[in-house]
Design a protein around this ligand. Sequence first.
Ligand SMILES: [Zn+2]
Ligand SMILES: [Zn+2]
Length: 260
Amino acid sequence: MKEFPAGAASAQRLGTQDLHVHTDMSDGDLSLAELVEVASGLGVTVGVADHVSSRNPQAFVSGPERLERYLAALEAAPVLRSAELCWCDPFSMEVAASLRERCHYLVGSNHGFALPDGTLASPWWRRLPTAWADRPQELMEIMVHNLCDMVTTMPIDIAAHSTLLPIALMEMERDVEAWWTPEREDRFIDAVLKSGVAIEISNRYRLPHDRFLRKAREAGARFSLGSDGHHLHQVARLEWAVATAARAGIDDRHLFFVVA
Ligand SMILES: [Zn+2]
Ligand SMILES: [Zn+2]
């Protein structure tokens, strides 16, 4: 099902598959039919990876019946079948193994990670809670630890927007490499190599950063391109991701490519 071509550099496949797209079956704007139409107009094959998680019961595919309807809809459409699972969500964890049988691949995301005090941290924090305000590097350390655990323990194929940093940290220090130190990069790269999980290049969040991508490519990691599109003007758009992959020396040989 998945193919990793060897041989000479070629970039014919780069940008032809958007493996992370949402529809209105979770929190996207477009219906599945509308998505298919937009993607085909752009000449891109889409992998639908709606949120399968109980973290937002109203918006997400959050229970067994809804999940069955979701999978049946995907099976009837000319799309690649996937799901975006939340690290730290019980429903995501519960259905992960069985989802593999009906999906081409699975996406896992850090949408929240456990802190030692039992609370959940968010990679979208705009402000750090008082208890963490003067320990940002410690928080970063826990986040990297969680990412490594996520790729080594979840039955996923792609780690989405993995290097995303909370805005609260970026406002303290805008240099990504001050948070993603070489040692942390190496640790995460080791974990993806060990697990075989591909690293998503996110057109929406514009990450990972170049140094990380180059190192991961040299170490033998695989990469997927994802728009993480929720809206009409996001879905099947991979311009930034394609340019970034090319800049980091990533071509078809390094691509996680799904042959349906
Ligand atoms: Zn996500
Ligand atoms: Zn997403």
